[in-house]
Ligand binder design. Structure first.
Ligand code: SF4
Length: 755
């Protein structure tokens, strides 16, 4: 089955026309990234030579993907917009909430039990609003997207940072916050700062133990975790063409680890083969007809320095396998340097567990190569020395690798196959083999290896490598084992070496699956009722925020004057609060609990002006809310930096904060506040921050004439009777002012739809 074929057909009919128009206007050859961006400009966006890294541009993505943890609030918001169905093809994937403990079957059963309420909600909402739903066990969002939805030249957004994986099939695919997903599903544009462009030329050809994973491990070492920030990375050259499509996916997937907006590859034969193998020959044929438009122009690749902001060249023939880590994915060690690295840095030499799979590395090619290494342990009578887990990326991959005998090989060497889900990659791992806090090494074929990410233990030294290298290390049992040079002693006491892995890009017998785990949306969802138990502590339907009452804000109390850094983590912490992501009232109990109060230098301790006593921020805010008293939050520079999580804007709005006044905002958080109907303003003169006192009663004046580029006025009534007043700026355009007046952007959408 080809999903959304009509949309893709339309897209391919229009794509060359749009690219030609952009090229005629810009009068220069284009990179692939530019072609995709210009072909997806929002209908009202004027065609111009956008300044990279400067201009904010509105785009029309072709589709939206959401994983279960982030989909909850996104869909709750979508429901509150009151629309009958999503405006673009969208999907939900249940992959993040399954804990790995003993093995696929039992772990999945437990997850269905523990998370049934969330799964039922996501399934019903999906059915009602025209969203494709992938059940728990169906697979990991990015693998399922690659197998079913990604198409060359397309643009998608997804509420997960590794959405970028779809660049392996030539898309511009970007990870975003739930608020962006809601906008696009509701038919609004998606805004992005026009990215800078990094070109990576790949020459030569992979061989032996080296795989596509080593390309991105090498790139991470070159560019570091920040080097790709604000950029699209475009791979090209003969080396790029020689990689499999899923190998390209691996490279793009881990592009998130260098901070890149996304990464992509031009359309080529490997993509054709993959589309055909995954049942999408018609899409492949359409793409082939306009192949020249689905890759960068020849002139660009011949003179990349002229067209990219930065160019890197990597010769695949010379590339060594890499092991990156611990604790950061950009600490890149060629495998020949690993012995030295372990010795000099005192990394635990014994390998406790090797884990392969995840959305990064669970293609048929990955698994077949890893299995070819595992089989050698059996054939050469080698004892496997470390624990070993395998996470298939999708039910299609799992079914196919079981049919083709690979799971049997893994089982025979003591491997444990986990559910088709994120599991240990996102810390959903009930690890049994070590004591809490014990120093140990693990190596995964995943993408992230920050401290505590996999098992919550700060003393787990987590390294990242290709699945075949992970498998070899599991057999060798040591982080210092180098399969290219080192011998092992087998059960007969003989010295043996592992041969380089072999594998198949695609299954020779084709992919197979009995039940892929997909639930189609209803033809007509109007009669489907979305039920949420009012006593649930994980889910809560949203009540639309109230409209602006048409008056200035008078008599506000200061909730907190924040001192120094205040990220979205300070405003809405993650960790134990993750489980409340679908329950606005419960998660609001973490509001600003990490922010430092200017007046006492403490976190989560602010004065309640009504009683004179100090309490936690949420507690004090709830006391004001109960009395119907509006409040204001005052902040420092770059307030709200960090993630794009919309909870950081929804929580203060829900608890009755009216205004956030800061020296400067992180842009995405500022937009999120505007979308939720908050007043987000900045000091015209930053020194006025000093004038705010703990007992102030505060007015914001000028709202009745709220207009773009027109400052507002803040009046401080100090407790000693004196008064200070000063100007504050805002960046609202007319549409955003309309959001403010309606109470939120979604309220406005609902109003428009109902009229
Ligand atoms: S497998 Fe890991 S990286 Fe991939 S989506 Fe799941 S948590 Fe994210």
């Amino acid at each position: 089955m080809i999903f959304d074929y009509d949309m893709i057909k339309r897209h391919y009919a229009e794509f060359p026309v749009k690219v030609k128009k952009a090229k005629d206007f810009l009068k220069r050859p284009l990179t692939l990234a530019e072609k995709i961006l210009y072909a997806h400009l929002w209908k009202d966006e004027e065609l111009k030579d956008f300044k990279r890294g400067v201009d904010y541009v509105n785009f029309s993505p072709d589709r939206v993907a959401m994983q279960d943890a982030t989909a909850q609030m996104a869909l709750l918001q979508f429901i509150s917009a009151g629309l009958p169905k999503v405006a673009v093809p969208s999907t939900v994937h249940c992959d993040h909430l399954i804990q790995a403990r003993v093995g696929a079957e039992q772990d999945l059963k437990n997850a269905l039990d523990v998370n049934s309420e969330v799964y039922d909600f996501l399934s019903t909402v999906s059915k009602k609003y025209g969203i494709g739903f992938w059940k728990p066990g169906a697979g990991i969002i990015h693998q399922v997207v690659l197998e079913n939805y990604a198409f060359p030249g397309g643009m998608m957004i997804g509420t997960d940072s590794h959405t970028v994986n779809a660049g392996g099939l030539g898309m511009v695919a970007v990870g975003v916050g739930g608020a962006d997903a809601v906008d696009v599903m509701a038919g609004m544009p998606w805004e992005l700062k026009f990215p800078k462009l990094i070109g990576i030329k790949l020459t030569g050809k992979l061989s032996g133990w080296t795989s596509a994973k080593d390309v991105i491990l090498k790139v991470a070492g070159i560019l570091t975790v920040k080097g790709g920030t604000g950029c699209i990375v475009e791979y090209f050259g003969d080396g790029a063409k020689s990689l499999s499509c899923t190998g390209k996916g691996t490279i793009c997937n881990m592009g998130a680890e260098i901070g890149a907006t996304t990464s992509t590859f031009g359309y080529d034969e490997s993509m054709y083969r993959y589309l055909v193998a995954t049942g999408r020959k018609q899409v492949a044929d359409l793409a082939s007809e306009i192949a020249e438009y689905l890759t960068g122009d020849r002139e660009v690749y011949e003179n990349p320095e002229k067209y990219f902001d930065q160019v890197i060249e990597i010769n695949l023939s010379e590339l060594e396998p890499h092991i990156n880590g611990p604790f950061t994915p950009d600490l890149a060690w060629p495998i020949s340097k690993m012995k030295e690295a372990v010795r000099e840095n005192d990394y635990p030499e014994k390998l406790s567990v090797g884990l392969i799979g995840s959305c990064t590395n669970s293609s048929y090619e990955d698994i077949s190569r890893a299995a070819s290494v595992a089989k050698q342990a059996l054939d050469k009578k080698l004892k496997v020395k470390s624990e070993f887990t395998i996470t298939p990326g999708s039910e299609t991959v799992r079914y196919t690798i079981e049919r083709d005998g690979f799971i049997d090989i893994f089982n025979k060497i003591g491997g444990v196959v986990l559910a088709n889900a994120c599991g240990p990659c996102i810390g959903q791992w009930s690890r049994q083999d070590i004591k809490e806090g014990e120093k140990n090494s693990i190596v995964t074929s995943f993408n992230r290896n920050f401290a505590k990410r996999n098992d919550g233990n700060p003393n787990t030294y987590s390294f990242v490598a290709s699945p075949e290298i992970v498998t070899a290390l599991v057999i060798g049992g040591k982080m210092t084992f180098n399969p290219i040079t080192d011998k092992l002693i087998n059960e007969d006491g003989d010295e043996v070496m592992l041969d380089p892995p072999t594998g198949e890009e695609l299954p020779p017998k084709g992919f197979g699956v009995e039940d892929p785990g997909y639930q189609a949306p209803a033809e007509d969802g109007s009669q489907i009722e979305v039920k949420v138990n009012p006593n649930s502590d994980r889910l809560q339907l949203l009540t639309p925020f109230g409209k602006w009452n048409g008056e200035d804000y008078l008599g506000l109390r200061l909730l907190i004057k924040v001192k120094g850094k205040c990220t979205t983590d300070h405003i809405s912490m993650a960790g134990p609060w993750l489980k409340y992501r679908g329950h606005l009232d419960n998660i609001s109990n973490n509001l600003l609990t990490g922010a430092i109060n200017f007046f006492n230098g403490e976190a989560n301790k602010v004065k309640n002006q009504l009683t004179g006593e100090y309490g936690s921020v949420p507690e004090v805010q709830r006391a004001y809310k109960e009395k119907g008293i509006g409040t204001i939050v005052v902040g420092d520079e770059n307030y709200g930096e960090g993630s794009s999580r919309e909870h950081a804007a929804m929580e203060p709005r829900h608890l009755g904060v009216k205004v956030v006044l800061v020296k400067s905002f992180a842009r995405i958080h500022e937009t999120n506040l505007k979308k939720q109907g908050m007043l987000a303003v900045t000091f015209a003169n930053k020194d006025d921050y000093e004038k705010i006192q703990e007992d102030d009663v505060i007015d914001v004046v000028g709202l009745t004439e709220f207009a773009p580029n027109k400052p507002l006025k803040v009046v401080l009534h100090h407790s000693d009777g004196s008064v200070d007043e000063f100007e504050v700026n805002h960046s609202y355009n007319q549409q955003q002012i309309d959001w403010f007046k309606a109470g939120s952007a979604l309220n406005l959408i609902r109003e428009k739809f109902n009229n």
